[in-house]
Design a binder for this molecule. Structure first.
Ligand code: GRF
Length: 214
């Protein structure tokens, strides 16, 4: 008997189509607008990018980044630090419980405006990344663009590093720099650095996930 014609047969993917790969589950912590998170969301949408975002967690209920994450269909959670008062560790124990429950293997701080206690740092040792808007070790802390201008720096930029208990002190995983222009204000400089942040963070996360996947 003649075989019926096969319909809807799956076509072989084009030769240079990106391969679907095993992705490393990643959680992102934010406190604000979440533009770095957005850059990571866009990177993670690529089939051949080695990370998937399993949770976006904010300590601020009004963080605009939450809406960005929700619009992208991601799981979001708010754990407000305010009800915990000065008990930072109690807040972080809840944060940690949510991170563990999400299945995340890596935690990415993207504008998370809390200084972490040694307890949480230890819990995620070597598995927590941060982005900082300066070429560390220059200008740790806040107001880095003002500080770079005030110091007469010729070059400025951003750094992705592992989180350790010293603020902005962990091992450096990647940096990107921009020239400081004579006409720069903190705002124009911040905008140029931010463009670099959006390129650097996905690149470094990719590199780290490749190491993790091995
Ligand atoms: C970025 O400049 C980042 O380097 C710093 O906080 C800012 C967060 O911005 N840690 P966004 O929320 O990612 O837009």
């Amino acid at each position: 008997m003649k075989k019926p014609p096969v319909r809807n047969r799956a076509k072989a993917p084009p030769k240079n189509a990106p391969k679907k790969i095993q992705k490393v589950p990643v959680a992102i912590l934010i406190s604000g607008r979440g533009s770095n998170m957005r850059a990571l969301i866009e990177a993670c949408a690529r089939l051949d990018y080695p990370a998937e975002i399993v949770l976006v967690l904010s300590n601020r209920p009004d963080a605009p980044g939450l809406q960005v994450a929700e619009n992208a269909g991601l799981k979001t959670l708010v754990i407000d630090h305010k009800p915990f008062g000065t008990d930072r560790e109690a807040h972080e124990r809840e944060v940690d419980a949510a991170l563990q429950a999400s299945g995340a293997m890596l935690v990415v701080l993207a504008g998370y405006m809390r200084v972490l206690t040694p307890w949480l740092v230890k819990a995620w040792e070597d598995r927590m990344l941060n982005i900082h808007p300066s070429l560390l070790p220059a200008f740790p802390g806040l107001h880095t663009h003002e500080a770079a201008l005030k110091a007469g720096a010729k070059e400025h930029g951003c750094t992705v590093h592992l989180v350790t208990s010293g603020v902005d002190e962990g091992p450096i995983l990647g940096q990107a720099s921009v020239p400081v222009l004579e006409t720069d204000t903190p705002e124009t400089l911040a905008a140029r650095v931010l463009e670099q942040e959006h390129l650097l963070y996905p690149d470094v996360l990719e590199m780290i996930c490749d190491v993790f996947a091995k």
